[in-house]
Design a protein around this ligand. Structure first.
Ligand SMILES: Nc1nc2c(ncn2[C@@H]2O[C@H](COP(=O)(O)OP(=O)(O)OP(=O)(O)O)[C@@H](O)[C@H]2O)c(=O)[nH]1
Length: 662
C-alpha cells in the first residue's frame, strides 16, 4: 500500500483530520465496490437534470482512489485519488464550486482539465457521517464553464442532504449491527464460560427438577463427590440420596424457597454416596422460575466438606483428649500442690520447732551449771558457755577458735591430749568418748582444779564436733580425800588407825612374801598414862598421846607404819628388810627409850610447863616371809607378847632375847 500522494500543493494526507477514522467508517459502511442502488441513482439522475450537467456522481473517496457508488454520464467506475476534485471538496466544510478549472490555478494542470473531456466546471458537496467524517461527495461536472444561481446551489445541497441522510441511516444500521454482533459474541463467550465453569468447577453443580425432585444435570465434580454417573443421577431424586436425618430440614427449606420466603439457602448436610458411605457437604440452593413465576429447577452448588468434618471430628476428639489430660494433670498438680503445701507446712513447723529447740538448747547450754565446751576436729574451741567462763576465767570471746589444750589442759597432759585427738581423726577410735572421767585441769590464772568430764563426738554434715560437759569437782575431791584420810587415821595423833592397820597388815604380808623379807609387828602400850590423865587432866593426856605419836613416827623409817590402835595402845610395823626378832627388839628398845623421855605439857604460856613422863611395854610378833597367818593372829600374838611384857614389868619387851635364843 502506498502513501496517498497529494493531488495539489498544500493538501497532505497528514493534514487531513482523522483520515484513518474516516477510512474506517467508509469501509464499515460497506458501500465501496457494492452494487448500484436506486436510492443513490435517483439522486444523481436528479442532480444531473437539475444542473443540466452531463455528469453527476456519488463519489466515495477511498485511500488511493475515488469510487463512484452512483454515476450518470460516465462509464468510469473510479479514478485515482490524486487527480480527483472530490478530494479537495471533502477537505472543506462548504461545497467546492469550480466555475472554470482552466482559469483556476489549483486545477489548471489537472489531467482531467487538460486531457480527455477537459472538464471546466465542478460542484462537490461533502457527504458527512454522523460523526462528521466526509466520506465522499455528491458532485456534478461539465465541460463548459458556468456559474450556478443560489437556487441551483441550494437545490444541489438538498440533494446532497438526501444522500447524506441515507449514508447516516446506513451508518446507524451498521453501528446497530456491530452492537448486535458484539452482544452476540459476548453472549456466546458468557455461555461458553458458564459451560466451562459448570464442567470444570471444582465444586459440584447440579440442577434438580423443581416438580419431581429428580436430578436433571450434574457436573463432573458432583459426580465425583457423590459417586454416581450422570446417567445414574438422572434416575434419582435428591431425596433418595439425602441422609434420612437431613431430609426433613431440606424439605422445609425447599418449601420456604418455593413459597418465596427466602431466595436461597445454605446448609451442611449428608448425602449417601453410591458405595453406601456418608459424605458431608456444604450446599447452596437457589430456585430458577420461568417468566410466569412457575418453579422450574433448583440450582444446587455442592462442596465436599467431609475432610473438614473428619478433621473437625478428629480435632474435637483431640480436644476432648487434651482437656481430659489437662484435667488429669491439673488434678495431679492440685494434689501435688496440696501435698507440697502440707509438706512445706510440716517442714515449717519442724523448722520452727527446731529453731525453738535450738534456742532452748543453747539457752540450756548457756545457762547450764555445767561447763559446756564445743571443739572441732582440730581441737579448736567452737562453743564456750557462761559456766566455762566462770570456771576457767576465759571469756567466750577469748576462747573462741583457740586450741583447747592451751586453755584448760595442764602442760604435762597437753601432748597426750593432742595425740588422742590425732588418733581419733585417723581411726575414729577414742578411749575417752562417752565416759565419765575425772581429769586435772588448769584455770587462766594457773590454778589447778579437777573436773568431771564427759565427751561426745558428733558428725554433722561431715564435720566432726566434740561436745564436752564438765564441772569442777575439786571441792568434792578434797572432801573425799579428807574422808578417806579420816577413815584411816586417828583424829588425835594423825597416825593410822585400827582400820588402816587391818588393811595394812595383809599388804605387808603380801610384800613380805613377794620380797622374801620378814616383818615385825610391835604392840606398844604406855605405862602410867592413866596417872597423867588423872593428875593433869584429859587434855594433857591428849597432848601426851600426840607427842607419843610424833616420837614414834620420828623414830622409825618412812616405810614403817605407825598406828594408834586405841587409847594408849600403838602398833609399829617394821618393814623393808629381813627383820629378825633381835632387830625388832632393838627398835623396840629404842622406842621405849624415846617414849621415856619427859614430855613438857604447856598449861599456859606464862606458866612453866608440867613435865610428865610415861613408859611403854612392847610385845613383838615376827612374820616370816614364808608364814601365812591371818593378820588377826599376828596382831593377837603381838598383843599377847605385850601383856607378857606388862607382866614382866613396866618397860619390858617380849619375847625376851632368852626366849627366842638371840
Ligand atoms: N587423855 C586421854 N586418855 C585416854 C584416852 N584413851 C584412853 N585414855 C585413858 O587411858 C587410861 C589407860 O588405862 P591404863 O592402860 O590402865 O593406863 P596405865 O596407867 O598406863 O596402866 P597400864 O597400862 O596398866 O600400865 C585410861 O584411864 C583411859 O581412860 C585418850 O584418848 N585421852
Amino acid at each position: 500500500m502506498t502513501a496517498p500522494t497529494p493531488s495539489h500543493p498544500g493538501i497532505h494526507s497528514s493534514a487531513r483530520p482523522d483520515e484513518a477514522g474516516r477510512l474506517a467508517l467508509l469501509h464499515a459502511l460497506q458501500l465501496l465496490d457494492s452494487a448500484p442502488e436506486p436510492v443513490f441513482d435517483r439522486v444523481t439522475r436528479l442532480a444531473s437534470r437539475l444542473l443540466g450537467a452531463p455528469i453527476a456522481l456519488f463519489s466515495l473517496v477511498d485511500r488511493d482512489r475515488q469510487w463512484f457508488k452512483s454515476r450518470v454520464g460516465t462509464e468510469l467506475a473510479e479514478t485515482p485519488r490524486n487527480i480527483s476534485f472530490c478530494t479537495h471538496a471533502i477537505a472543506q466544510r462548504e461545497p467546492l464550486v469550480i466555475n472554470d478549472a482552466q482559469h483556476d490555478p489549483r486545477f489548471a494542470d489537472n489531467p482531467l482539465v487538460r486531457e480527455g473531456l477537459k472538464f471546466r466546471f465542478y460542484i462537490g458537496v461533502p457527504i458527512r457521517s454522523q460523526e462528521g467524517h466526509a466520506i465522499g461527495t455528491l458532485c456534478a461536472l461539465d465541460t463548459r464553464p458556468r456559474e450556478l444561481t443560489p437556487d441551483e446551489l441550494a437545490a444541489f445541497e438538498d440533494l446532497a442532504g438526501i444522500v447524506a441522510d441515507e449514508v447516516r441511516r446506513r451508518e446507524q444500521l451498521g453501528r446497530a449491527r456491530a452492537h448486535l454482533q458484539e452482544a452476540d459474541a459476548a453472549m456466546r463467550g458468557t455461555e461458553a464460560r458458564l459451560f466451562s465453569i459448570f464442567k470444570l468447577a471444582s465444586f459440584g453443580i447440579a440442577l434438580i427438577d423443581a416438580n419431581t425432585g429428580n436430578w436433571l444435570t450434574v457436573n463432573a465434580a458432583a459426580c465425583a463427590i457423590l459417586g454416581y454417573s450422570e446417567e445414574e443421577f438422572r434416575r434419582l431424586t435428591f431425596r433418595q440420596i439425602t441422609h434420612p436425618d437431613d431430609v426433613a430440614d431440606d424439605l422445609a427449606l425447599v418449601r420456604d424457597l418455593v413459597a418465596g420466603r427466602i431466595t436461597q439457602f445454605e446448609r451442611q448436610k449428608r448425602y449417601i454416596r453410591r458405595d453406601g458411605s456418608t459424605v458431608w457437604v456444604h450446599t447452596n440452593v437457589s430456585l430458577k422460575s420461568d417468566e410466569t413465576g412457575r418453579p422450574e429447577y433448583f440450582i444446587v452448588a455442592v462442596i465436599d466438606i467431609q475432610a473438614r468434618k473428619t478433621a473437625e471430628h478428629d480435632l474435637a476428639a483431640l480436644h476432648a483428649q487434651l482437656e481430659a489430660r489437662v484435667e488429669d494433670r491439673t488434678r495431679e498438680l492440685v494434689e501435688a500442690n496440696h501435698h507440697l503445701t502440707e509438706a512445706i507446712g510440716r517442714q515449717q513447723q519442724a523448722e520452727a520447732a527446731l529453731r525453738a529447740r535450738e534456742a532452748e538448747l543453747s539457752s540450756i547450754l548457756e545457762n547450764a551449771n555445767d561447763v559446756y565446751i564445743g571443739i572441732d576436729a582440730h581441737g579448736h574451741v567452737t562453743a564456750w558457755n557462761r559456766q566455762a567462763e566462770r570456771t576457767f576465767g576465759w571469756t567466750a570471746q577469748e576462747a573462741a577458735g583457740r586450741a583447747l589444750d592451751e586453755l584448760i589442759i595442764p602442760i604435762g597432759l597437753r601432748e597426750q591430749h593432742r595425740r588422742g585427738m590425732a588418733r581419733y581423726r585417723a581411726s575414729g577410735q577414742a578411749t575417752v568418748l562417752g565416759k565419765r572421767l575425772e581429769l586435772p585441769a588448769v584455770r587462766r590464772d594457773g590454778s589447778a582444779l579437777t573436773v568431771e568430764i564427759r565427751i561426745h563426738a558428733t558428725e554433722i554434715d561431715g564435720q566432726l564436733t566434740f561436745s564436752a560437759f564438765l564441772h569442777d569437782i575439786s571441792a568434792r575431791k578434797l572432801a573425799e580425800a579428807q574422808r578417806e584420810h579420816d577413815i584411816r587415821h586417828d583424829p588425835l595423833t594423825g597416825l593410822l588407825n585400827r582400820r588402816a592397820l587391818e588393811e595394812l597388815l595383809p599388804q605387808a604380808q603380801a610384800r613380805s612374801q613377794r620380797h622374801g623379807l620378814a616383818f615385825a609387828v610391835l604392840f606398844i602400850d604406855l605405862d602410867g598414862f592413866k596417872a597423867v590423865n588423872d593428875r593433869h587432866g584429859h587434855d594433857a593426856g591428849d597432848a601426851l598421846l600426840v607427842e607419843v605419836g610424833r616420837r614414834l613416827r620420828a623414830s622409825v623409817r618412812q616405810n614403817d607404819s605407825v598406828v594408834r590402835l586405841a587409847g594408849d595402845e600403838f602398833i609399829v610395823v617394821l618393814e623393808g628388810q629381813a627383820y629378825t626378832m633381835a632387830q625388832a627388839r632393838t627398835v623396840a628398845a629404842k622406842l621405849i627409850a624415846e617414849l621415856a623421855r619427859p614430855v613438857a605439857l604447856a598449861k599456859d604460856a606464862a606458866d612453866d610447863p608440867d613435865m610428865v613422863q610415861v613408859g611403854a611395854s612392847i610385845g613383838i610378833a615376827l612374820h616370816a616371809a614364808a608364814d601365812t597367818p591371818a593378820p588377826g593372829d599376828l596382831l593377837r600374838e603381838a598383843d599377847r607378847q605385850m601383856y607378857l611384857a606388862k607382866e614382866a614389868g613396866r618397860g619390858s619387851i617380849r619375847p625376851a632375847g632368852a626366849e627366842t635364843g638371840d
